[in-house]
Design a protein around this ligand. Structure first.
Ligand code: FAD
Length: 485
């Protein structure tokens, strides 16, 4: 069960996650096919298989398609503001609403249909909030929104087939055991599926015991000259102090902790504090919450070919200000976007973003289950619908080392803030080649699209390559490996 990342978005040759997954044998014939890699989705979420209002009325898929086209067209138009020094409004949300209001003026249907169309549009706003990890699209800056790059390829998931050695390093243990190309058939014993297969693959390609787990870092002391008894005669520019008191001296440090953690702890996490510009970028960039709620049913109540179920919240509208704190998890968007998981026939996965999501984390499993069962019963028009037999959900906001799900370029920040985060320190060039280190990585942005100049996963690939190749050749990442994430 994937509580975090689930899909490879834009699975094609330009995507290092796709490349690694392919190397590790985690993709099947269909996912690897040229046809799949060429599909242009534009980054838009697929249309629902079924749409119902929160009171149980079936919504015409024709109407849903019409509203989806309008919404996606407007999202595409946000690209026009790329590199504009001034935009008519500050946020994506304001832009979308302004454009929609012009359209509404031309709608000729009766009032009920107009209200329904606005409610459908509101579901697309909610989905976009899930994609951007924000409470409201009014918080997401308009000009940099077009900087995202959408890679071609039809989103896919990872399966667990192996064994798969690293294909980059000739000395990789197990090289040669890679099953023949061309899909899952005939592959080795099945192992962890999902994204864990990817991290397992990376881990397998590293020498044993290279990775240390469950070792939270308390403070990174940098720009110093540290000497440790275990390394007599050696001086280190960085000392990583862990919560359990362990001290790890280092020549290079790459920090890839989530922006949410940095927002909360940057004052104590770095010693000396980060330069003002980096500190300011951390404060200005947005970081929000998107959670998943899985419901396991005894029997599915949906059709076998159903992929996504859309719940249209009656009387909702993009123009209605959302309460800053909902009273119950079902009050706005708990069920704004449902998908029947592709690999499971009896589990529903709902997405919930923003303050509602953070509020949901404060509730017990029983409360969440009860609330969602009520909504599902209303939505299906079946008051006898059996409750799900179990619930499992993520709590990314409460997680102390995450404090949210992912970042976005908030109103008041720009794409330059992302680049600033990725710049190595010390910035004054005082670090010699051997002591060069990077103190901040680029925060990952959303989960759908890649940021402009240096996508975090693209730069991450550079990092993986440098670490994997460096260590496999029996050396620590040396001057040849620029440590920037
Ligand atoms: C609900 C959800 C759905 C998503 N869906 C997708 C998807 O379908 N496809 C996709 O591509 N992406 C998706 N993403 C985004 C994806 O998960 C992230 O882009 C990716 O995990 C970022 O990797 P990272 O290594 O940069 O950061 P993280 O995965 O956040 O890793 C950072 C690590 O730092 C650790 N850490 C924090 N503080 C400390 C400390 N003080 N000391 C030591 N360690 C610390 C954390 O515990 C964590 O393990 C999703 C994310 C969420 C939350």
């Amino acid at each position: 069960m994937e509580l975090g990342a689930h899909w490879i978005h834009g699975p094609s040759q330009g995507n290092p996650v796709f490349q690694l997954a392919a190397e590790f044998g985690l993709l099947g014939e269909k996912e690897l096919s040229a046809e799949n890699q060429q599909v242009e989705t534009g980054g838009h979420v697929a249309l629902p298989s079924m749409s119902r209002t929160s009171s149980g009325t079936s919504v015409s898929l024709e109407l849903v398609t019409e509203m989806a086209s309008l919404f996606h067209e407007l999202i595409d138009q946000t690209r026009e503001f790329l590199n504009e020094s001034e935009t008519p409004v500050a946020s994506v949300g304001e832009f979308l609403k302004k454009e929609i209001s012009q359209q509404v003026a031309n709608w000729t249907e009766d009032e009920d249909t107009k209200k329904l169309k606005l409610a459908i549009l509101n579901t697309f706003f909610n989905i976009e909030c899930c994609v951007s990890g924000t409470h409201s699209m009014d918080l997401v800056a308009l000009a940099p929104f077009g900087e995202y790059t959408v890679l071609p390829g039809l989103d896919c998931t990872l399966a667990g087939y192996g064994p798969q050695p690293c294909q980059r390093c000739p000395s990789c243990p197990g090289r040669g055991t890679r099953p023949e190309k061309g899909g899952r058939k005939g592959r080795g014993p099945e192992r962890a599926g999902g994204y864990q297969g990817l991290t397992n693959g990376i881990l397998d390609s590293l020498p044993k015991d290279t990775m240390v787990f469950d070792k939270p870092v308390k403070t990174i002391h940098w720009n110093g000259s540290f000497q440790e008894a275990d390394f007599p005669g050696e001086t280190f520019p960085v000392l990583v102090e862990c919560e359990d008191g362990t001290r790890l001296p280092a020549h290079h440090v790459i920090v890839t902790v989530p922006l949410g953690f940095l927002k909360e702890h940057q004052d104590t996490f770095f010693e000396p504090p980060l330069p003002d510009k980096k500190a300011e970028a951390i404060r200005k960039l947005g970081f929000g919450t998107n959670n998943k709620i899985f419901l396991e049913f005894e029997e599915p109540f949906w059709e076998p070919d159903c992929q996504f179920i859309q719940v249209v919240w009656e009387d909702s509208s993009p123009y209605r200000t959302q309460p800053s704190r909902p009273r119950t998890p079902g009050s706005r968007s708990s069920l704004d976007f449902w998908s029947c998981l592709l690999r499971s026939s009896h589990v529903l996965c709902g997405f919930i973003a923003g303050l509602e999501s953070e509020f949901m984390e404060t509730l017990s499993d029983e409360e969440v289950l009860l609330s969602l069962t009520q909504v599902l019963r209303r939505m299906t028009g079946n008051p006898q619908l059996p409750a799900a037999k179990s619930v499992r959900r993520s709590r990314w906001y409460s997680a102390p080392y995450t404090r949210g799900s992912y970042s976005y370029v908030a109103v008041g920040s720009t794409g330059d803030d992302l680049d600033l985060m990725a710049q190595p320190l010390p910035a004054d060039g005082t670090g010699t080649q051997d002591s060069r280190y990077s103190l901040l990585g680029k925060p990952h942005i959303g989960h759908f699209i890649l940021p402009r100049t240096g996508p975090s996963c693209l730069a991450g690939e550079k990092l993986i390559a440098s670490l994997v190749c460096g260590t496999h050749r029996g050396s620590s990442p040396g001057p040849g490996c620029e440590l920037v994430t």
